[in-house]
Design a protein around this ligand. Structure first.
Ligand code: NAI
Length: 704
């Protein structure tokens, strides 16, 4: 009979093995009750003359998956996790942990405080705290390098990646693997074997770290600056592991000091906001609707996006039917699709044969819409032109079975207008993927005026299957992401016309934490796209609006389209992906300023960012105020998952709160003196400032 140590933890002796067993569904999170229970179990074990060895085990689907999310942001009750880990390690008789499922963060911290570890082969372990802006604690930064070496511990801790059990065994984090699927039986057998072999206490803290040298840490600090792109937690991780140069006890104190520093850093709040935001975006008014069947996806168009969407669907285990205009275009579509798997094949993640088989069994290409008659959902990814979209949707309406979901991947066009050409606008929505669609995590789910809740839910279900973050958006020009992008690109263009160089703007934006600046992005996307977009809007543009894109038009006219022509704002000689500035750009911009009678003035880095951020925040406030985004956090997740916004700043709305909305409003009012139209403050922003509230106040769960 097992004795109860706490609500979730029991103690039982099985043939001389003290089994300390947690049953805290769903993931055996290490809440206060569990911590207290295991500490009590260790006391009991040490004092139990009939127990030679202890086994830490969890019932259910996983070993301790990590900390208890419910304790987030609260002061945790004693015993703390470090007390627990120290107590396990200090046991006077050997302690074994038997792992299954995912042992992440606190779960692995507990496991490596034990003396021996066995894991199911399909288990995963890791120390992902860096993703929450903090460092692993409870001694993990000191114990991991003792088990796996400092260099490997640095890699594991700074990336926070999930490590499959077989690799963890090779790294030294795990001692034994088991295939039985029965973690308890495997743990008991392993414990008995250790006892029989006379394997005793083996405290991780007493092991040496042979490869820890000051040079190693200097090298990793440098690397962390590069890979972290502004994320302090990566540096804190390196600093914490560096404590393994000290004696263990001092190393533990060092870890605590670094941990405290990481917890006090505002970046932590931003990372936690992003972590919870990624989950909160699924809370939509349609969340209770049941998604429709989703097994076969149709894709119209096999260009950049169609081929990417097809690859994403295949990777998600779905069947795909691709339709192109004719046999020739279809052959190009198939080639595009195959190219999306090329790097997986080259890296050996997929064999050529497996790819051929995948396409033969789950992919069909056709030049006839009739091939789509029986699909569950179609994504249209043809040219961005309303007349073409309408033609395609009329055809889809004629051939696709009743009850299928019809989606458009349009970047800007009116989803309601597209839906209106069908007899079933309730089944139509926008599914706005980002390029490359099989890589980028964001999916904007654009809900039309007549879209049914279950159709919206199906869009979210598709995103889940694909491992993407779906954000619900309303219909407007550019939805959430591209609409806000348009506003800050406009601010950048105006600054360049007024005297900033595109290179100064790019450098300032990179300095903020973006992987690239707006003009590098233009070069990457192709400057013809913006040009054609502007020509499409020439007739409807408000004559009172400032047109600041003349220099971009000259870029197009000169054939400097960016990477695709080998020259744009930068010179990509030899097909390089980056390069020095194109020396002809600045003289061209100066000529353009002369033509317009603009006296160039200089902009500091701060001024550039102040305008860039004010434009971004203001448009985002309009997007929320108009209900295009459900909450500010939906904007934040869109920017992070789709637009390269630095995660450690939490997203534009979270960042605006940290700057202070009153400050941003006063910046807007200042800029509005030059151009009252563009810089007119969003009503929502004015209201929040007047009421002394923040964007965060609006992040309460959406109804439903
Ligand atoms: P693309 O030009 O690479 O591909 C379009 C494909 O559609 C071509 O292969 C063309 O043969 C095919 N097509 C045209 N009319 C057709 C018809 N009537 N029936 C069957 N196939 C037809 O264009 P891309 O870049 O893939 O864009 C497609 C859509 O995705 C556009 O609406 C675009 O705005 C949107 N989009 C593009 C992104 C990008 O970064 N390229 C990002 C997100 C959305």
């Amino acid at each position: 009979m097992a004795d109860r140590l706490s609500d979730f933890v029991t103690y039982e002796r099985v043939d001389g093995v003290a089994v300390i067993r947690t049953d805290n569904p769903p993931v055996n999170a290490l809440g206060a009750d569990v911590r207290a229970g295991i500490v009590a179990g260790m006391e009991r074990f040490d004092a139990d003359p009939d127990a030679a060895i202890a086994l830490i085990h969890c019932d259910g689907r996983t070993f301790h998956a990590g900390a208890d999310i419910k304790e987030f942001g609260t002061k945790r009750a004693d015993p703390q996790i470090w007390t627990l880990c120290d107590r396990i390690e200090a046991a006077t008789k050997p302690v074994v942990a038997t792992l299954h499922g995912t042992a992440l963060g606190g779960g692995l911290e507990v496991a490596i405080a034990a003396h021996w570890r066995i894991a199911q082969r399909d288990a995963k372990v890791g120390l992902p705290e860096v993703h929450l802006g903090v460092i692993p604690a409870a001694g993990a930064t000191q114990r991991a390098p003792r088990l796996m070496g400092a260099a490997r511990a640095l890699e594991a801790i700074t990336t926070g990646r999930h490590i499959p059990a077989p690799e963890a065994r090779d790294l030294g984090l795990i001692d034994e693997l088991d295939d039985s699927g029965d973690a308890l039986a495997a743990g008991l057998a392993y414990a008995r074997r250790l006892a029989a072999e006379g394997k005793g206490v083996r405290r991780t803290g007493e092991m040496p770290v042979p490869d820890a040298t000051p040079e190693l840490f200097a090298e990793w600090r440098e690397r962390a600056v590069k890979t972290g792109r502004g994320l302090n937690a990566v540096l804190y991780c390196v600093e914490a592991v560096e404590g393994c140069l000290l004696p263990f006890e001092e190393g533990l104190r060092h870890e605590t000091a670094v941990s405290d520093k990481s917890h006090a850093d505002p970046q932590r709040d931003a990372m936690v906001h992003a972590f919870f935001g990624e989950r909160a975006v699924a809370k939509i008014p349609e969340a209770s609707a049941a998604p429709r069947r989703l097994e076969t996806v149709g894709v119209v168009g096999g260009g950049t996006m169609g081929a990417g969407i097809a690859a994403a669907a295949l990777n998600a285990g779905l069947k795909v039917v691709m339709v192109e205009m004719d046999a020739e275009a279809l052959a190009r579509g198939e080639a595009n699709l195959r190219r999306n798997f090329a790097s997986s094949v080259a890296k050996g993640r997929m064999s050529q044969q497996a790819l051929d088989e995948l396409l033969a069994t789950r992919w069909t290409g056709a030049a006839d819409f009739a091939a789509l008659s029986d699909v569950d959902l179609v994504v249209e990814a043809v040219f961005e032109k309303m007349s073409v979209k309408k033609e395609v949707f009329a055809k889809l309406d004629a051939v696709v079975r009743e009850g299928a979901v019809l989606a458009t991947n349009t970047s800007y066009l009116d989803v309601n207008e597209i839906a209106a050409v069908t007899r079933r606008p309730q089944d139509v929505l926008g599914l706005h993927f980002f390029s490359p669609a099989h890589v980028m995590r964001l999916l904007e789910v654009v809900v039309g005026a007549k879209t049914l809740p279950e159709v919206v839910a199906t869009g979210f279900a598709l995103a889940r299957r694909m491992g993407k973050i779906a954000v619900r958006a309303g219909v407007c020009d550019g939805f959430i992401g591209n609409r806000i992008l348009g506003a800050y690109l406009k601010a950048a263009d105006m600054m360049v016309e007024d005297g900033a160089s595109p290179y100064e703007v790019d450098a300032a934006v990179r300095g903020f934490g973006y992987p690239m600046g707006p003009f590098q992005m233009g070069d990457l996307a192709g400057l013809d796209i913006g040009y054609l977009n502007r020509r499409g809007k020439d007739e409807t543009r408000d004559p009172g609006e400032r047109y600041s894109e003349g220099f971009l038009d000259r870029m197009y006219e000169n054939g400097w389209l960016g990477q695709k022509t080998g020259i744009g704002f930068y010179d990509y000689a030899g097909g390089a992906r980056s390069g020095p500035p194109n020396p002809q750009v600045l003289p061209m911009i100066e000529a353009e300023r002369r033509r317009l009678g603009i006296n160039a003035r200089s902009f500091t880095r701060e001024e550039i960012l102040r305008r860039y951020i004010a434009a971004m925040t203001n448009e985002a406030a309009k997007v929320v105020g108009e209900g295009i985004a459900l909450r500010p956090l939906d904007v934040d997740m869109t920017a992070i998952a789709g637009y390269g916004y630095p995660r450690w700043r939490g997203g534009p709305m979270h960042h605006a709160d940290t700057v202070g909305l009153a400050k941003i409003l006063s910046d807007l009012q200042e800029f509005a003196q030059e151009d009252p139209g563009f810089w007119a403050p969003a009503p929502l922003l004015e209201r929040l400032v007047a009421e002394g509230r923040s964007f965060a106040d609006l992040n309460a769960p959406a109804a439903g």
